[in-house]
Design a protein around this ligand. Sequence first.
Ligand SMILES: [Fe+2]
Length: 238
Amino acid sequence: MGISQDFARDGFVKLTIGSREQGEAAQALLWEQIGLSPDRPEGWREPVVWAQDLTGQGPFGELLRSPVLAEGLDAVCGKGGWQPRFAAGNIPIRFPRVPPADDRGWHLDANVPLADGSGWGVTARSHTLLVLMLFSEVGERDAPTRIRVGSQRDSVRALGDEVHDFIRAGALVEEASRDRPVALATGSPGDAYLVHPLTVHAAQEHLGERPRFMAQMPFMLAGPLDPAADTALARALA
Ligand SMILES: [Fe+2]
């Protein structure tokens, strides 16, 4: 199966967009930024530490400009259906061996700017696509993001025509998609997941040994998601 067929069926697809070296170079920059060390676990005191890439420096820019990523986005959104990003944005780092954070509920990311400019909401007519980018080895115990396979079809029905706030949308789609099988976003540095904006997902507790480094970034679509369009993004809802 190709990228667009897999994406339309499951609501996500995994790609290797860069080398292990590029992913690990990004991880090294993030360790520097947060002032902690992979060799000194005694310094890991918080379950989640937020870092960021605001400039697309070095490996971040290289991965964001990956031709494989661009091809994948074309396959999912249609050529010209998405806007490039120049920085990876906010990057949560999840640490093992500390009590977990209370941020592990099933949800959709906010995907539409509110008309009154007061923030972002959640709509079936999403303005964004979610990309997860791995900068560390993520096995099943290393807090891989949980993904409800095919749940974008439940979300589109549950959300209807309204714009919801993040919490309300989470409750609606959590309930609507509870019978879907769960996939884990495992992989290696240099891997990425393209995730449908209506695919229900959740963080989870870190039960492994290696801190998990993963960016979770929205790519702006050229226009709001149109369920009637001839794209994998639209076909995923049928
Ligand atoms: Fe999310």
